[in-house]
Design a protein. Structure first.
Lengths: 389, 227
């Protein structure tokens, strides 16, 4: 058995014999893995709403499309369905803060029932009471408040786009998410306030909501309750489509599924590219050192030992790149979040990603070494020695 | 000079040819000869005469088309690749024209390299390697890398690497071919000492008549035929 320390010494010294090439290869591995990590995190961010959805919440919307409203009067009928414990409602306001660049999600909701249905939005009791008691009050997520420097008591005006009204709000509360999957960049206000304003500006659109949310007594009841709600409004002017919150979120994602597929595909193409880069480096290295390997074979080193040296060198280069990539993923994600956080309110690095980095690097390191090692083993010693010197 | 003993190498009916462009090119034809233990043999001949090929066959780093090569009582033509590698590690020391040291290893580490296959402990390996480097006059250069040594010094490290396992036979392919006159003389003196004082059997391929003059016996190859 070749001395392990001696082998390690040869591997480390050989790996850095061409420093520029080795560093460039490591750099390629780092860039590729970090890019892979960011792309995978983008995909996860897309699914953040799905991950945060509850199995005991249903969403009822107009069966034609989410852009068509439902009569407010449905609320009482829905409440009577057996298994429904809570009913809340809301409308997408789509308001603009100062200009279009400052996009964020803003909803008119029934505050009391909404906060009961969504316990993951954590608000202090004083702020909660202030919000519930002020019809012009609004709640902003902590990330959103930080983005615009809002504090409790600040005045905020949103220009209506879906509704022909501009609304003035007082920030009464700032919420935090219960866990990392909770979106902390949303804005909620009283549906009654919106409805009153709409009654004046466009009375024909008053007393309508965008969606109802139902709390149910158990996840197993979801199909039956959904069917019952929808059957109640069958053949009405506004037929409904009720689904679990998860299905509701997934229906949004399905609109961009092709894009997600492309991102996923690109992320795996990146792994294939680093495999090619590492394999190219090892092929060049082995071609240059064919004479040295022939000398080792001459001295009695067998194919297995020489393959071990080549694989070891490949692994050193790729795994060093992997470690650097792990170290750089958080700063890269931070920079990404700073630039694109408005579009990805939940952008968290999943630590399982690093296990994938290690697995992918192991695979790349080994695959990159296979062909060069095979080439060395198959090349006759006499032929290899002709390349030495 | 020690008196040559019985044959350490016995070659019978050795044939070797290469295939080039669909044609079989003969390199060695029906070679038969013996090398006595403790012999210092020089193989001479023009370029392409098959000297290096014959040396490679004796050293077990190439395969003959037919014939027998018996070294130290072992029929090496019948050994598998792995067996042959193991046999080389224990029985053959190699000296190349261009030294062929591993550039990322120090002189001491280069000499230690073949000992990794012997099962010796780290301490034993270091003792052997140091002793041999002292023998070739490089005790002051043990921690130097090949790039920090002259050609003659590198060849002496290569000789130390060749003898450190105490092999049955030393094979040298143009050992002075890349050296200046003084260094060549030093290397040849060293090989002569190894043969005289330690009784090492040496087979040396050379173009250089001065180098050949150090040998006990000179055989010439011409167009694959030994004379």
């Amino acid at each position: 058995m070749m001395g392990l320390m001696f082998a390690l010494k040869i591997i480390l010294k050989s790996a850095f014999r061409h420093k520029t090439r080795t560093l460039l290869t490591m750099g390629s591995v780092v860039i590729a893995l970090v890019a892979f990590g960011l792309l995978r995190t983008v995909v996860n961010a897309w699914y953040a709403g799905v991950a945060a959805s509850s199995a005991t919440r249903l969403v009822t919307r107009n069966s034609i499309s989410l852009t068509f409203p439902l009569p407010m009067a449905y609320k009482d009928k829905i409440r009577q369905v057996k298994g429904v414990t809570d009913v809340s409602w809301g409308s997408w306001f789509g308001g603009i803060y100062i200009n279009e660049k400052n996009f964020f999600a803003n909803f008119a909701v029934d505050p009391k029932s909404y906060l009961k249905l969504y316990p993951e939005y954590l608000i202090g009791p004083e702020q909660k009471a202030a919000f519930l008691n002020d019809r012009r009050g609004a709640v902003a997520g902590i990330k959103l408040a930080r983005r615009f420097g809002w504090k409790v008591g600040d005045l905020v005006t949103l220009k209506g786009t879906v509704y022909p009204v501009d609304l003035d709000f007082v920030i009464r509360a700032i919420y935090r998410g219960k866990d990392k999957n909770t979106d902390e960049s949303q804005f909620f206000f009283h549906w009654d306030y919106l409805n009153e304003s709409v009654k004046k500006a466009a009375p024909e659109r008053a007393d309508e909501v965008g969606f109802f949310m139902e709390g149910i007594s158990g996840p197993l009841l979801a199909p039956a309750i959904s069917a019952q709600i929808d059957s109640m409004f069958k053949n009405s002017l506004a037929e409904t489509l009720t689904e679990t919150e998860k299905s509701f979120q997934l229906s949004f994602i399905s609109m961009t599924e092709a894009l997600l597929m492309v991102i996923q595909l690109v992320s795996f193409v990146i792994i294939a590219i680093i495999m090619a880069v590492a394999a190219n480096t090892m092929a060049m290295t082995v071609r240059e050192r064919m004479g040295e390997y022939a000398v080792l074979k001459t001295l009695g080193f067998g194919g297995f030992r020489i393959a071990g040296l080549i694989a070891g060198e490949s692994m050193v280069i790729v795994m060093t790149g992997c470690i650097l990539a792990i170290a750089l993923t958080y700063p890269a994600a931070h920079a990404f979040r700073a630039q694109l956080g408005d579009y990805f309110p939940v952008f968290n690095i999943n630590r399982r990603l690093f296990i994938f980095y290690a697995e992918a690097s192991l695979l790349v390191g080994l695959v990159a070494a296979v062909f060069p090692a095979w080439k060395v083993i198959k090349t006759p010693i006499a032929e290899g020695l002709r390349r030495a010197g | 000079m020690q008196e040559p003993k019985g044959p350490i190498v016995q070659i019978r009916g050795l044939n070797k040819s290469y295939r080039r462009g669909g044609q079989q090119i003969p390199v060695l034809e029906d070679i038969s000869f013996e090398i006595a233990e403790g012999e210092f043999l020089a193989l001479m001949g023009p370029s392409g005469s098959g000297k290096t090929t014959l040396l490679n066959l004796i050293a077990g780093i190439d395969r003959a088309n037919s014939g027998s090569v018996l070294v130290g009582g072992v029929e090496i033509t019948s050994l598998s690749e792995n067996e042959l590698a193991h046999w080389r590690a224990l029985n053959v020391g190699f000296i190349f024209q261009f030294y062929n040291l591993i550039p990322v290893l120090t002189a001491l580490e280069n000499v230690e390299l073949p000992l990794l296959l012997t099962g010796l402990s780290k301490t034993e390996r270091m003792e052997h390697a140091r002793a041999v480097l002292e023998l070739v006059g490089l005790s002051e250069r043990m921690e130097h890398y090949p790039g920090q040594l002259s050609g003659g010094q590198q060849q002496r490290v290569a000789i130390a690497r060749a003898v450190v396992t105490d092999p049955v036979i030393l094979v040298a392919d143009e050992p002075t071919g890349d050296l200046d006159r003084v260094s060549a003389q030093e290397v040849l003196s060293l090989m002569e000492n190894l043969n005289r004082q330690l009784g090492k059997t040496i087979v040396m391929v050379t173009h250089d008549p001065r180098a050949a003059s150090k040998a006990h016996m000179v055989r010439t190859l011409d167009k694959g035929i030994l004379t």
